[in-house]
Design a protein around this ligand. Structure first.
Ligand SMILES: Nc1nc2c(c(=O)[nH]1)N[C@H]1C(S)=C(S)[C@@H](COP(=O)(O)O)O[C@H]1N2
Ligand SMILES: [Mo]
Length: 161
């Protein structure tokens, strides 16, 4: 069962301080880093979160890290360049103070504010990872299962139901 004390997010790899964060840890990050209402960026998506930078600051990313890999419960993975994603991303973790359901992409969803269309760039809509459970920092690119073609997309979205 997911509740306010469950570990929602692991941050590990090339960091000085690996993290295991609960809902309360995310809610306890500074008010200035909280990002309200992602429907401002994505009209059909819901929820509020915290800037990726606030989470990475806590983890103390190693200076040699170049990639950030997002891992999800459904074995979906995306690996993106750290410097580019850092100012763009939000870790969505609540909706009006409540945990997000899987139907909403929760409990955690990664959101790039202004992504490129699917498979047109490294920071594309496919990297808006749902059911996020781990962020891994690394020197080299990590695991990436994003679809590359329209056909692969159709297959994936069919499997998602
Ligand atoms: N965990 C997980 N996240 C995922 C996917 C997935 O299959 N699993 N699909 C990705 C793709 S290819 C796209 S285009 C978007 C779709 O987001 P939506 O369901 O909000 O439209 O989610 C991305 N995040
Ligand atoms: Mo996608």
């Amino acid at each position: 069962m997911t509740d306010q004390r469950s570990i929602l997010l692991t941050v590990d790899g090339a960091v000085a301080k690996p993290l295991r964060l609960t809902f309360d840890d995310l809610a306890g990050l500074p008010a200035a880093d909280q990002v309200d209402d992602i429907s401002r960026f994505h009209p059909t998506r819901r929820g509020s979160g915290v800037a990726l930078g606030a989470v990475l600051r806590l983890a103390e990313v190693a200076p040699e890290a170049r990639y950030l890999t997002l891992h999800a419960d459904d074995d979906f993975h995306a690996s993106v360049p750290l410097a580019e994603v850092l100012p763009e991303a939000v870790v969505v973790y609540h909706r009006n103070g409540r945990l997000m359901s899987p139907e909403e992409g929760g409990p955690l969803r990664f959101i790039i504010k202004n992504p490129a269309a699917c498979h047109t760039d490294e920071l594309d809509d496919c990297a808006n990872v749902k059911y996020l459970n781990r962020i891994e920092l690394s020197v080299a690119r990590g695991q990436d299962t994003r679809p590359h073609t329209d056909f692969e997309h159709e297959e994936l979205h069919r499997a998602e139901g």
